[in-house]
Design a binder for this molecule. Structure first.
Ligand SMILES: O=C(O)CCC(=O)C(=O)O
Ligand SMILES: [Fe+2]
Length: 227
């Protein structure tokens, strides 16, 4: 399941994150790549272990926690500290699948990547190219969202970023380990959650249909989740 989450950051939030990271230290994106990704990856990456990166990442983690749509869609157990990248002058990222296990450098924090996320931090009018193309069962999905919007997609998907031929594409990217490992099960829970919200809005929170469906949601979650 591929899901766009609008307004993860409002314009002021985007401006705060950009002010922090734009003043930070950037290096060649291949510092964090394995040998296969290194062949495909042409971009710049914010050095992780600096205050600007930690502070900007913290703002994004706070925003994720406040987003009911993110929580319902990802059912997050652990979120990798957000990283930041930048493409310009024809840079791109060729077709690849993200590593299954992500280790944070300099710590023992590790996650299984169930979901990958890109949070766009530049307005689409400011650059040409830079589309995130995600292969899914219905063919390639082309994603280029307004600044502050985020896309969440299965980390198992093949994906690439097309060359940025004008301007600069700036984004945050990270991974989520979900309480529900299976993408199909997570999707059923998400759709049920959205349905329960609709029933609750139409009938009321305490009405029997809402109470019954909420119970079904939690009982499926209990069956499928590792917490
Ligand atoms: O820049 C992006 O949107 C995606 C980056 C990416 O695929 C990666 O770093 O693995
Ligand atoms: Fe990737």
């Amino acid at each position: 399941m591929l899901i766009a989450i609008p307004d993860m950051l409002d314009p002021a939030g985007v401006a705060r994150v950009r002010a922090l990271i734009d003043a930070g230290e950037w290096v060649d994106g291949n510092v964090t790549s394995g040998p296969q990704a290194a062949l495909a990856k042409r971009n710049a990456q914010l050095v992780e272990d600096q205050p600007a990166a930690r502070e900007a990442g913290g703002l994004i983690l706070d925003a994720l926690g406040r987003s009911p749509l993110f929580v319902a869609a990802a059912l997050p157990l652990k979120v990798f500290p957000p990283l930041f990248n930048r493409y310009a002058g024809g840079q791109d990222f060729g077709l690849h699948v993200d590593n299954a296990i992500r280790l944070q450098r300099g710590s023992d924090f590790r996650i299984r990547s169930d979901l990958s996320a890109t949070l766009f931090l530049e307005d689409p009018e400011a650059y040409d190219g830079g589309e995130l193309v995600i292969e899914d069962q219905f063919g390639p999905q082309v994603v280029k969202l307004p600044a502050g919007h985020m896309v969440l997609y299965p980390a198992s998907s093949l994906h690439r970023v097309t060359p940025v031929t004008r301007g600069e594409r700036v984004a945050s990217f990270f991974w989520v380990q979900s309480m529900v490992r299976d993408d199909g099960a997570r999707r059923i829970l998400f759709e049920l959650d959205q349905g329960v919200q609709m029933v609750a809005a139409a009938q009321g929170q305490g009405e029997p249909a809402t109470v019954s469906l909420t119970g079904v949601y939690h009982n499926l979650l209990r069956r499928w989740a590792d917490a």
